[in-house]
Write a protein that binds this ligand. Structure first.
Ligand SMILES: Nc1nc2c(c(=O)[nH]1)N[C@H]1C(S)=C(S)[C@@H](COP(=O)(O)OP(=O)(O)OC[C@H]3O[C@@H](n4cnc5c(=O)[nH]c(N)nc54)[C@H](O)[C@@H]3O)O[C@H]1N2
Ligand SMILES: Nc1nc2c(c(=O)[nH]1)N[C@H]1C(S)=C(S)[C@@H](COP(=O)(O)OP(=O)(O)OC[C@H]3O[C@@H](n4cnc5c(=O)[nH]c(N)nc54)[C@H](O)[C@@H]3O)O[C@H]1N2
Ligand code: SF4
Ligand SMILES: [Mo]
Length: 865
């Protein structure tokens, strides 16, 4: 057996270290790396099940021009030629790159260098614009540089942890486990989120604030700090520039009662939060999309930074504002300057920076000014101002706001290039050229996680088919555009060293971002690189900031008015993530275990709203916004605020006829950062009755969804399961059944049809539909896809004899369902999550389901009482 390779998880910005052992061709055993500082051996459900996603099914393995396979030479020549021609005719501003926090630092560096130094425009933006550009802008305003002044170790040193707009238990699970451990040792946890998430359920205090009222909350708290005498006047005097009118302006309307009213929380709870904050100098405030993805996102960030600066809670152990990043290399992208609004290596477009970077790159030109931010970029494509675009490692047809408009823009764009690892994506459907990129497990390079820790991602497998790493693809295009020497890289280490050299080039300490040690190393040093952090554990510990005068800035921010919903749009639509899916599911969608947690895209509403709006729990509904509409399965959830609905971002044309959240969000952005306000869209909702419902089980994949009103896919072992509903007849669905021996049953009275197709002695497909009858639980039939022989009870949908329904799967590691857990709690009188683990194993591996176990426990115990 091969030796274990140390690498980094493919998913979130926690940046967990993985020890991966290749066990067979395209098979790998995944374990947490006990020596990695981010996770010390732990992994969440997504990391644990990475091994399920490394197969080659669905992969793009050859360059494609249109629908035809092409050689690399042909494809690269065509891309270079079309970009050169477009630039020659319409100027550098007529082309753009749209890249991603899922690129490695080396890929990102080469793309940024090509666009800004050689093509000569800053029209390169990244999906990080949608993700944490408000945090970047807030850091720049307050600190003069985009620095996250915290590390995970600060969580262990904190006495109070405040999570604002962050569903950490689902989105940064290993950080959440570290937070829980700290809370068990006595620290307090406050969660500020309009929804009662699993993160909120375990908190000491949950403030379910009115969405968009975070500035009022933070300003109210700052005013309280002032009155309570915990503003650190000495720190302010020595290290912070305070605008003249700052305190006067803050004073008005920020009393406890006004704030409670604006935020729509009880004054008692608010007071508790203020008192907790006042009592604990060691406070870490961690924030993510509930703060960033807002049309006042940058102000919301600065409201948090103001608090920490004014109380001197920064640059010290356990005291910091902490912007946590989403993607595995969001931070690396910020370091190379992958955003259209930064130049490179934490430098902006000031004349001396432009001259310096141009000199360093020996570049023929250099971008003069910031380029178009993502939303503006796609608008420019739609208006024909940008005529060639190259999309790398992101799926904007799904993830951009107003995705219908983005699709129309891509459809009209004269030249679209998409580099991806997957053959069919919603964005790839618009590409003139598709380039096969190396995926996680094949690519080699570095990533930087949320706490500035740089780690290596290492290859486990040889490159499959003709796939090539992104850095190679970009530099080949650059060379073919005529810039041979500047892009003569042979390996990622060459790029890494150049990136490190730029970080220290003419840097006398005015930019904190610097990688001095790494600039010298050879290829072996690069191969052996252990995780390391730049900027130290406590940047700003000496009270010096990256501004010209060395002082940080308090930024006066005011709460924007929050209008009442209009009659036509009675709901506010909030969007976000599920625990076990990653974005547009191009990887997690292949893992059957990860599909079990949430099998369909739900619209969650408060039961009172459900009743008021005529919805039924478990029924279907159409969600409408000014931008578009899509269908979802309704789920009543008492943890929703009244007047709000929540939908997930994961489903695409490949996986569902509905659940298309990207079509619903408005392209309204924060004026400073350009980040879209994804969390608040006016919406209406209407129940949708269907004549029949059913499911389709297939041993093979479909290119798109079955054509009926509701069709949504999840991966299952040896195939896929589609949940279906519709009004018309089922002929078009039936047409998807493969050839083979058909077994059929019908019950006209209930409008039931059951069809099984057997091919080569195995179950190849099953289609069960009914108008008024029952449908069997899917588990047993799913297992028949992998069964060596055909059971006689196939059409009954269950094994001969008794059938146990386990309920929704809660623990994906050990495949344990809700009903099994509830029964164990009742029958064995289990009193806590640890006892559940000891009794039936649930929650003892990755731990991602522990918050869910706590909830089930609470429900069972309250039922019993
Ligand atoms: N499982 C999973 N994990 C992921 C990802 C994934 O796709 N799946 N993606 C990764 C990426 S790229 C990112 S950016 C992160 C995102 O991680 P998070 O930011 O934790 O995730 P979200 O679900 O987008 O939103 C967080 C919370 O903000 C709340 N919120 C909405 N409006 C407001 C408001 O006005 N004020 C406040 N205070 N809160 C509000 C929402 O209710 C939601 O619970 O997750 C990363 N981790
Ligand atoms: N409504 C709403 N919309 C949102 C959000 C929200 O909360 N609400 N969140 C936003 C946020 S924070 C984010 S980060 C975005 C995420 O949105 P996207 O970036 O669009 O999401 P992914 O599905 O991760 O897309 C990554 C693509 O890159 C491909 N890929 C993976 N690895 C590689 C590689 O190494 N090389 C190449 N070339 N391709 C690769 C994958 O197959 C996939 O097609 O969504 C944003 N959109
Ligand atoms: S928390 Fe989970 S998804 Fe994020 S890096 Fe760690 S294992 Fe991967
Ligand atoms: Mo993100």
């Amino acid at each position: 057996m091969a030796e274990a390779v140390r690498t980094t998880c493919a998913y979130c910005g926690v940046g967990c270290g993985i020890s991966a052992t290749v066990t067979a061709e395209r098979e790998v055993r995944i374990e947490g790396d006990p020596d990695h500082p981010a996770n010390r051996g732990k992994l969440c459900s997504k990391g644990t099940h990475l091994g399920e996603t490394v197969g080659l099914e669905g992969r793009l393995l050859h360059p494609m021009i249109g629908k035809k396979r092409a050689s690399w030479d042909k494809a690269l020549d065509l891309v270079a030629k079309r970009f050169k021609e477009t630039i020659a005719r319409h100027g550098p501003g007529s082309v753009a790159f749209y890249v991603s926090g899922q690129l490695l630092t080396e890929d990102y560096y080469v793309a940024n260098k090509l666009m800004k130094g050689f093509i000569g425009t800053a029209n390169i933006d990244t999906n990080s614009r949608l993700c944490m550009s408000s945090a970047v802008a807030g850091h720049m305003r307050a600190f003069g540089e985009d620095i996250v002044p915290a590390t995970y170790d600060d969580l262990e040193a904190a006495d109070l942890i405040v999570l604002v707009g962050s569903n950490t238990a689902w989105c940064h699970p290993i950080v959440y486990q570290r937070i829980r451990a700290r809370c068990e040792a006595g620290a307090k946890l406050v969660v500020i989120d309009p929804r009662r998430t699993e993160t909120a359920e375990e908190a000491d205090l949950h403030l379910a604030i009115r969405p968009g009222s975070d500035v009022a909350l933070m300003n109210g708290l700052l005013q309280h700090c002032r009155e309570a005498g915990i503003v650190d006047e000495a720190y302010l005097a020595a290290h912070v520039a305070v605008p003249d009118d700052f305190w006067n302006e803050l004073g008005g309307g920020n009393d406890l009662w006004s704030v409670a009213r604006t935020c729509d929380v009880s004054a008692t709870d608010l007071r508790r939060f203020f008192d907790l904050f006042a009592a604990h100098p060691r406070t870490v405030t961690m924030f993510s999309q509930g703060i960033n993805q807002a049309t006042a996102g940058t102000d919301q960030v600065n409201a948090i930074l103001n608090l920490h600066l004014a109380t001197g809670r920064i640059g010290k152990p356990g005291a910091a504002p902490f912007s946590i990043t989403g993607q595995p290399n969001a931070m690396g992208g910020r370091e190379v300057g992958g955003l259209a609004t930064t130049l490179a290596a934490h430098m902006d477009f000031a004349p001396e920076n432009r001259a310096r970077v141009q000199r360093f790159w020996a570049a023929p030109t250099i971008a003069e000014k910031p380029g178009l931010k993502a939303v503006d970029m796609f608008r420019a494509i739609g208006e024909g101002r940008i005529k060639a675009v190259w999309v790398m490692a992101t799926n904007p047809a799904v993830s951009m706001p107003d995705a219908n408009r983005v699709r129309a823009a891509l459809a009209d764009c004269p030249f679209v290039v998409v580099s991806d690892v997957i053959e069919h994506t919603d964005t790839g459907a618009f590409a003139h050229v598709r380039l096969p990129a190396a995926a996680w497990g094949e690519k080699d390079g570095t990533v930087t996680n949320s706490d500035r820790m740089v780690s290596r991602q290492r290859a486990l497998f040889p490159l499959p088919g003709e796939a090539m790493p992104d850095w190679w693809i970009i530099k080949e295009v650059a060379r073919r555009m005529g810039w041979k020497t500047a892009f003569s890289y042979d390996r990622p280490a060459d790029i890494w060293r150049e990136h490190c050299r730029l970080s220290i080039y003419e840097n006398e300490g005015d930019r904190l971002f610097a990688l001095p040690g790494a600039a010298q190393g050879g290829n072996t040093a690069y191969d052996d690189m252990a995780p390391f952090r730049w900027g130290g554990a406590h940047p700003f510990a000496d009270g010096r900031f990256s501004t010209e005068d060395g002082r940080a800035r308090l930024v006066a921010v005011v709460q924007k008015d929050l209008p009442e919903p209009l009659a036509k749009w009675p709901l506010t639509l909030n969007t976000g993530r599920y625990r076990d899916q990653w974005h547009s599911m191009t990887r997690t969608g292949f893992a059957p275990k990860l599909a079990r947690h949430r099998e369909e895209p739900l619209v969650e509403v408060h039961p009172d709203d459900g009743a008021r709006l005529g919805l039924s729990d478990g029924g279907l509904a159409r969600v409408d916004t000014p931008q578009g509409d899509s269908i979802f399965r309704v789920a009543f959830h008492a943890g929703q605020r009244r007047g709000e609905a929540f939908v997930p971002i994961h489903w695409t044309d490949r996986t569902s006829s509905g659940g298309r959240t990207g079509l619903l969000s408005r392209p309204l952005v924060d004026p400073v950062s350009g980040q879209p306000g994804f969390k608040r869209t006016p919406a209406s909702i209407a129940a949708l009755a269907t004549k029949w419902r059913g499911f389709l089980l297939l041993a093979h994949e479909l290119d798109t969804h079955p054509k009926c009103l509701w069709a949504t896919r999840v991966a299952v072992p040896s195939g896929a399961l589609w949940e279906l509903a519709g009004n018309g007849d089922i002929t078009s669905v039936e047409a998807l059944l493969p050839r083979g021996e058909r077994i059929e049953a019908q019950d006209a009275a209930r409008g039931t049809r059951r069809i099984a197709v057997v091919a080569g002695g195995r179950l190849a497909a099953a289609l069960f539909v009914t108008e008024s009858g029952e449908l069997p639980p899917r588990d047993w039939l799913i297992a028949q896809l992998s069964a060596p022989e055909i059971a006689p009870t196939l059409l009954a949908g269950r094994a001969p004899g008794a059938q146990v329904d386990r309920g929704t799967i809660i623990c994906v590691c050990f495949d344990i369902g809700l009903k099994t857990i509830a029964a164990a709690i009742r029958e064995q009188a289990l009193a806590d999550v640890t006892a559940i683990g000891a009794a039936i194993g649930a929650g003892t591996n990755c731990g991602s389901c522990r918050p869910a176990l706590a909830r089930i426990l609470a429900e069972e115990t309250s039922d019993a009482a």
